[in-house]
Each structure stands twice: as C-alpha cells, then as structure tokens.
Design a protein around this ligand. Structure first.
Ligand code: ATP
Ligand code: MG
Length: 172
C-alpha cells in the first residue's frame, strides 16, 4: 500500500501552486485519484482550471471569492473558506483519493478563518495511503511539524518587480 505524505509548498517565491499541480499531473499518470481544492482564489480564467475541466479524472473545487483585500468582504470570505474546509474534511476522510491538493490553504489560518489545530487534527486522521499537499505562504510551525516534506520557495528575483505584468500561461 502507498505510504501517504503530507507535503507543504510554502515561502514567498513563485512555484507553490504549480509544483502542487505538477504532482497532481504525475499522480494522474499513474491512474491515481486526485482532488484539488482551491481556497480564496475566486472564479477566473486560470489556465490550470480550464485544463482541469478537460481532464475527466481530475476533480477540482473552487472555494473562494477572490483574494481577500477588503475588510468588509471578510465575513463572506470566512463563510466560503469554512465551507471549503468542510468539503476538504469530507474528501480527506472519504478514503476515495490518493492525492488531495489544498491550494492556498495556509491563508485560512493566517486570516483566522480556521484554527491551525483544525488542519493538524484533520491531517492526523487522514487515511494512511492518502497524500495531501498544502500550499501558501507562511505555513504555521504546527503544520511544518507534522509534514513529511516541506519546501520553501525563495524569491531570488521576479519579473513583476521590473514592471512586467502577470502573463497568461505563466502566472495564471
Ligand atoms: P504559482 O501559482 O505561479 O506557482 P505560487 O503559488 O507560488 O505561484 P501565489 O502567491 O499563490 O504563488 O501566487 C499568486 C500569483 O502571484 C501567481 O500568479 C504567481 O505566479 C504570482 N507570484 C508568485 N510569487 C510571486 C512573486 N514573488 N512576485 C510576484 N508575483 C508572484
Ligand atoms: Mg499559489
């Protein structure tokens, strides 16, 4: 039986989400069951989502209204994020998957939408063969502690800093 891992892609550099999706792609190649849950990111023409729709084997959920910028939006963001976390719980405990990606999930803790203990206790209950990838900046030490593999993406330079705007196919 596969030995499931807890993997965290964190840090301020580029590559957290795309590395998680690269792993999803790899797992799908082995006919594994994969589910991606994206927190905070709202609807939008992300290339990866448009491609995901074409991959019948890949389950994909969007549990966000857009990145949280405005204070007044925060209650609605909290509600949607918490609903998303309930969905993540169901999926993780279902025993139906080999890999589940919780994209941008660290921000649920940063924004205090859920407690870090909510994630830690859920991960402790996960089926042994299930791997879970968590992405987002500032992963809490409690998450790092229980993870098997933690990668910190470190920004050395980014085109954005020289005024080059986000580009389709590269950033979204
Ligand atoms: P990616 O989705 O490209 O793997 P990421 O998941 O590591 O990036 P996020 O913070 O989730 O990073 O990314 C939000 C958006 O900002 C993405 O379009 C991403 O490409 C871009 N981005 C990531 N890191 C940086 C950075 N250091 N400076 C500017 N833009 C960034
Ligand atoms: Mg990301």
């Amino acid at each position: 039986m596969a030995q499931g891992r807890i993997i965290i892609n964190t840090g301020d550099g580029k590559g957290k989400t795309t590395a998680a999706l690269g792993t999803a792609f790899r797992a799908l190649g082995h006919n594994q069951k994969v589910c991606v849950i994206q927190f905070l990111k709202g609807q939008g023409d992300y290339g990866e989502r448009m491609m995901a729709k074409r991959i019948a084997e890949l389950e994909w959920h969007i549990c966000g209204k857009g990145f949280v910028f405005k204070k007044e939006a925060i209650e609605e963001d909290r509600r949607v994020a918490r609903e998303g976390f309930t969905l993540a719980r169901q999926k993780i405990l279902s025993g139906n998957y080999d890999l589940i990606v919780l994209d941008e999930v660290t921000y649920l803790v940063s924004f205090d939408f859920i407690g870090v203990d909510d994630i830690v206790s859920l991960l402790k209950e996960k089926p042994a063969s299930l791997s879970v990838i968590l992405t987002g900046r500032n992963a809490a030490p409690e998450l790092v502690e229980i993870a098997d593999t933690v990668t910190e993406c470190q920004p050395v330079k980014h085109a954005f800093e020289t005024g080059i705007r986000a580009q389709e196919g590269i950033e979204f």
